[in-house]
Design a protein around this ligand. Structure first.
Ligand code: PMP
Length: 328
């Protein structure tokens, strides 16, 4: 046999998408569910654990869903107009990058405010997509970035803030897409879903869409053990970027969840590293947190033979300058 005799099926690769996309925003979603067989084997688990790889979104994170949804929903509602409205959002994370590609693709100016400690890679990615980045004093933290964004909002004509922590399009897009994809890809045979809680949009949207369809389904949030406010602790500094904002956002409906599990930064990083090493999937730190929580559930006897899905929001490369890579 020669290499040219081998087909896609022989290699086990994905099928062609069968279409041409009119815009990069149409490529959001449809992310794959992937097994972690070597982790399962090493931990001698009897449950099936699947990762939903959100870094298959166009700009590499789960936030592409809300970046696109918040802008498109506001456009449909007549709140914003391409070429006229200025989008303003305080964010040091993936949301800025997701808003930037949508703003560029749809023709909006975007101003992102963030504390000056934010990584150079993020700032440069934003500028590459023509977003304006305003740095606020590091000592003021996210509160400083939020205050500055509000000032800009008030002093700029035709400015609009997507406001990811308070925008109903956030949980709604996860209900309509993330949840639906899990349902279809598992044929409804999913027993537990674990998602890190930043805005809470992912966990809330999934829970509200799927729990009514399958009464036995459990949906858990995950928060940093170092800032476990949803479990009654004090907010504190932690290294799991993207989750654990230190307050309970409007986009998080804790009543819709079966609980919020706590994972330490050390456990999250250990799980992310094992996932890269054993199964060849280099995920980000918050993915490690969700994976660790999923593996903990999988150890319980009642989960034998059950399917657990953990949401993996982003790719390891976005955290090159963090403790994920310490010693490497
Ligand atoms: N992990 C990462 C890396 C993120 O950027 C986010 C979004 N802030 C989350 C987890 C949490 O998602 P959500 O905001 O939907 O709770």
């Amino acid at each position: 046999m020669t290499a040219s005799d081998l087909s896609r099926e022989t290699y086990g690769f994905a099928a062609p998408r069968g279409r041409i996309y009119d815009s990069i925003t149409n490529v959001v979603g449809g992310t794959p569910l992937v097994a972690v067989p070597h982790l399962i084997q090493e931990d001698k688990l009897k449950a099936r654990v699947l990762l939903k790889l959100e870094f298959f979104n166009p700009l590499g994170s789960v936030k592409d869903r809300i970046g696109a949804a918040m802008v498109l929903a506001a456009e449909k509602a007549g709140l914003i107009t391409p070429g006229r409205t200025v989008l303003v959002e305080p964010t040091s994370g993936n949301t800025g990058i997701s808003l930037a590609f949508v703003a560029a693709a749809r023709g909006y100016r975007l101003i992102v405010t963030m504390p000056e400690g934010a990584s150079i890679e993020r700032r440069r990615m934003l500028r590459l997509m023509d977003a304006q980045v305003e740095l606020t004093p590091a000592r003021l933290g996210m509160a400083g970035a939020i205050a500055r964004a509000n000032e800009i909002l008030n002093e700029t004509p035709d400015a609009w803030m997507p406001d990811q922590f308070d925008n109903p399009a956030n949980p709604a897009v996860h209900a309509a897409t993330t949840a639906e994809e899990i349902w279809v890809d598992t044929d409804g045979q999913v027993d537990a879903i674990v998602a890190g809680v930043g805005t809470g949009g992912t966990a809330t949207g999934i829970a509200e869409a799927l729990k009514p369809r399958r009464k036995s389904l459990q949906v858990f949030g995950v928060e940093p053990a170092e800032s476990a406010i949803l479990n009654g602790d004090e907010p504190g500094p932690h290294g799991i970027q993207g989750i654990g904002p230190g307050f309970c956002p409007a986009t998080l409906h804790t009543k819709s969840l079966d609980g919020v599990l706590t994972v330490s930064e050390r456990e999250a990083i250990a799980a992310a590293r094992r996932c890269a090493r054993l199964d060849g999937i280099p995920v980000g730190i918050s993915s490690g947190a969700a994976l660790h929580a999923a593996l903990q559930l999988a150890r319980k006897p009642e989960y034998a033979g059950k399917t657990i899905v953990a949401i993996a929001p982003s790719f390891a490369e976005r955290y090159l300058s963090t403790s994920l890579f310490n010693g490497l």
